[in-house]
Design a protein around this ligand. Sequence first.
Ligand SMILES: O=C(O)C(=O)C[C@]1(C(=O)O)C=C[C@@H](O)C=C1
Length: 277
Amino acid sequence: MLKIVTLGPAGTFSELATHKFIKQQSESCNICFLPSIKSVLHEIGLSSDIGILPIENFSEGFIAVVLDELAALDLSIIDEILLPIKFSFVANSASINEIEQLFVQFVAKGQCVDFISGLDNANIQLTESNIESLHECLAGNAKVGAIVPSGSFNSEQFALTIDSVNDYENNQTRFLVLSRNNNHPISNDANKTSIIVLDDDDHPGLLGEVLQSFSARQINLSSIISRPTRKSFGKYHFFIELEGSQNDPLVASALQEISQRNKVKVLGAYKKATLQS
Ligand SMILES: O=C(O)C(=O)C[C@]1(C(=O)O)C=C[C@@H](O)C=C1
């Protein structure tokens, strides 16, 4: 039995991503929910074998807490999942102008900016998950509303529901499947690798040298993000995603070259997700 931990309560997009992953598994799986992204990250490898969490949204970019914990914890990426993301607004009053309190998850807020800016009288309360927002609204008074996953609620429970409140019709979020065990064999269909170059030896040209190792071998990067180390001001870790895996001798030699100069953590190699996969 594979034990999977993800963001709860039940009904989150993270749970949907988990079911998409489970469909591809041959062994039976058990899902456990925790109330915050950070608590899920810390539980992987303890009471759970793997964890499934969002890493990047189509318009909002990377989720900082996940990048920071990937640099700090000993986790590896074994797969990724892409999901379409649609939000609805639900409220306990039929008149949108009466809403004084809006519950919205901290990542979801940035995906529904246009709609939220139209709620002139609402005080925004950030939550850890979209289903926490839903539960807060269900328990709230007539002046409460929430941004929730479309399809997560029964419209009869609310005085007002408005669909498609996300800024971009084509909204999508990418999720990672993470484990604490770092010795997974690289599968033959792995076509993407994630690494972190840790800032332990800052020197002029560090990033240029890293990029040169990839460009000299015609290795395409799909993203590069810097995050402060939070040890001293002005020091950064670089989170890099590249096409290919260490099964490709060019990728293997680029990573070996970079490792000779810098501290590199290879987070994992896996198959790039599509909405159809
Ligand atoms: O709260 C949820 O439903 C989640 O699964 C979290 C999460 C995220 O943090 O990115 C997942 C997808 C959307 O981007 C918004 C929220």
